[in-house]
Design a protein around this ligand. Structure first.
Ligand code: NAG
Length: 607
């Protein structure tokens, strides 16, 4: 080595060390001491974080209400939009629904596969459901979105990907609500056909699309108008596919370190979407198969930023829960012999971020396949819909599970479940549910047939119900916070403090140990999995009473996009287990400076 080379090498090393030190300082540094205008004291150490006062007691076991007797389209795939409309669609393959295109909207020509004749399809297979009025507006999809996936992009556009047949490589987009806003379709945008794949948002706000039937790969969703250029082979999907597959609609969750947790059948790993490397693998979850068509469900437990240990990227704890499913052969047994094997009755939790993670299994009150696992604003998880026997697939299940189960992850094992009041309507294959800003659960769909059946043991469902979880007990209304939207901050910026104003009818002294601020990312739900769903409990400070019954609380937005990727969130103030009406209405959006810049210059596909 020449002297000059030596000097250069030393300089380079010094530079790298200093960059690394800076990075570490950035990650490890305690919360920045920005003065907090109203309270001053936003405790650096905060000894009370995580120690919350107990929830208000309620014996209310929930209530059901039919809110639309015939919505027209059976809700197979849904997303709640920031416009307070739910985008709903099922499949064009049926060529029928209970909702026709309005006068003036041209029907869709198609070739009938049997007669080879050209026919016209005048039925809507998609709609926009207004959660305030319960009215619907037909939407148009022309290529088949059957068993597709989707997600809400950071700007509030629903991007839906894949499907069947002519729709299997398609992308579809919809955003604003106006009398003639409709889907924009990109027909051949994906590299591989993706039927039963999972679309996952990444920390940069873009989406990865993983798997699909016989698609042992993943790819990235391109900007609108462009095509995806590459599919990355992902042998894990091939390895976890058994006789019945049982690994479709893989469960995926974005991790704080920006890797993607992928669970398929009974195995799981962490995938780095930037380097395409498998970062680590996890223990096998025994007991049966968890993904389609065995169809268990999965959610992340709330990510607790109010935990005083969650001070750096490395110490934020992320725990996954997977519930139900069926045995590996349950689908073939149902298809072949019309024998419906009992669904699994266990849930298993694993701390993904633990250095030595293990699955911890517990028993559910009842068996469940094809259920949804929804994060509730108060931090509990609701298991709802599904069947007690059989699997996903047409005519492949029996014994609807009519009783939701409420799961409190914070209670000791054995005391976590509470069985709630049953619905009168079977919600099995192709059913869905969604948490609304009001805290109610929107429940719809269920079609166990290859067409719309009016008369059957399990008819095609177009009735929509609302379920009122226990926290909506009217006896709790006196404690229920109401966010004062006009004076509260709405644009949350990473690492930045913000302030929420709220009122509580009961008045009285409320401390920070009574209040949780939670933000909820509304998912895309289909086939028992709510893609991109997450609930983050923010770190919040002291509560001050301005005048009687009116309070202010300071809180801090997440510091890392892997904890909460950019986009729209519903923000709740939760008072000892009693949530406010959520605030979003096109307003609560977690933004990165970069994202704002993109919005301003309108250089992205989302403009
Ligand atoms: C995992 O799933 C595969 C495919 O269904 C099955 O063959 C295997 O026995 C399962 N492993 C365990 C440990 O349960």
């Amino acid at each position: 080595m020449s002297p000059l080379q030596k000097v250069l090498l030393i300089l380079t090393l010094l530079f790298l060390v200093s960059v690394d030190a800076k990075r570490k300082r950035y990650i490890k540094s305690p919360r920045v001491a920005v003065p907090f205008p109203i309270f001053g004291a936003f405790d650096q150490k905060n000894p009370f974080l995580g120690i919350k006062n107990t929830d208000f007691e309620t014996d209310f076991k929930g209530e059901w209400e039919v809110i639309n007797p015939d919505s027209g389209v059976s809700a197979m795939q849904i997303t709640l939009m920031p416009t307070n409309k739910i985008i709903v669609y099922d499949a064009t393959v049926y060529r029928t629904s209970r909702l026709r295109y309005p006068e003036g909207v041209p029907c869709v020509p198609y070739i009938d596969p049997n007669s080879k004749q050209q026919l016209e399809d005048c039925f809507a297979h998609a709609m926009e459901y207004d959660i305030e009025t319960n009215q619907v507006r037909p939407l148009k999809v022309t290529v088949d979105p059957w068993c597709s996936s989707g997600g809400l992009a950071p700007d509030g556009t629903l991007i839906s990907s894949g499907g069947w047949n002519d729709g299997s490589k398609s992308l579809r987009y919809i955003r604003d609500s106006c009398p003639d806003c409709d889907f924009r379709e990109s027909i051949d945008a994906l590299q591989e056909p993706r039927w039963y794949g999972t679309q996952q948002i990444l920390a940069n706000g873009e989406f990865i699309m993983i798997g699909g039937r016989r698609a042992f790969s993943y790819e990235f969703i391109p900007k609108e108008g462009q095509k995806s250029t590459k599919a990355y082979f992902f042998p894990f999907l091939y390895e976890t596919s058994d006789l019945d597959e049982n690994n479709l609609y893989p469960f995926t969750h974005l991790m704080p370190d920006e890797n993607v947790f992928v669970f398929a059948n009974n195995r799981s790993l962490l995938l780095n979407p930037n380097t395409n490397k498998i970062v680590r693998t996890f223990p096998v979850l025994t007991g049966g198969s968890r993904n389609y068509p065995a169809s268990g469900s999965s959610a992340l437990l709330p990510i607790r930023l109010d935990d005083d240990k969650a001070t750096s990227l490395e110490t934020i704890k992320v725990e996954v829960i997977i519930c139900g499913g069926n045995t590996p052969d349950a689908f073939i047994t149902a298809e072949g012999q019309k024998v419906y094997l009992p669904a699994l009755q266990d849930c298993a939790r694993m701390v993904i971020t633990d250095p030595k993670p293990v699955w911890d299994t517990e028993v559910m009150p009842s068996r469940r396949t094809m259920g949804d696992a929804l994060n509730l604003p108060d931090g509990q998880i609701l298991l709802i819909n599904g069947a007690k026997k059989g699997t996903a697939g047409w005519w492949d299940a029996e014994e609807p599970n009519l009783e939701p189960a409420l799961y409190n992850p914070d209670k000791p094992k054995g005391q976590r479940f509470k069985v709630l009041n049953p619905s009168g309507i079977a919600r099995m294959y192709h059913s869905t549910s969604a948490l609304l800003p009001s805290g109610k659960i929107w429940v719809a769909g269920s079609n166990t047939h290859n067409t719309y059946r009016d008369v059957d043991k399990f008819p095609t469902e177009t009735r929509v119900e609302a379920f009122y979880p226990p926290y909506l007990d009217p006896n709790l209304n006196n404690y229920r916070p109401q966010i004062l939207q006009d004076s509260s901050d709405k644009n949350l910026r990473y690492k930045a403090r913000f302030e929420i104003h709220f009122s509580v009818p009961s008045g009285g002294q409320i401390t920070k140990n009574d209040i949780k601020i939670t933000i909820y990312a509304p998912p895309f739900t289909t086939h028992g999995f709510s893609m991109n769903q997450r609930l983050v409990v923010l770190n919040s400070g002291n509560v001050a009473q301005a005048i009687k019954g009116i309070y202010k609380v300071g809180s801090m937005a997440p510091r890392f996009p892997g904890v909460a990727p950019p986009g729209y969130y519903i923000l709740f103030v939760v008072h000892r287990g009693v949530p406010s009406q959520g605030m979003w209405d096109k307003n609560v959006v977690l933004v990165t400076p970069l994202f704002i810049m993109e919005m301003l210059s309108c250089s992205t596909s989302y403009c």
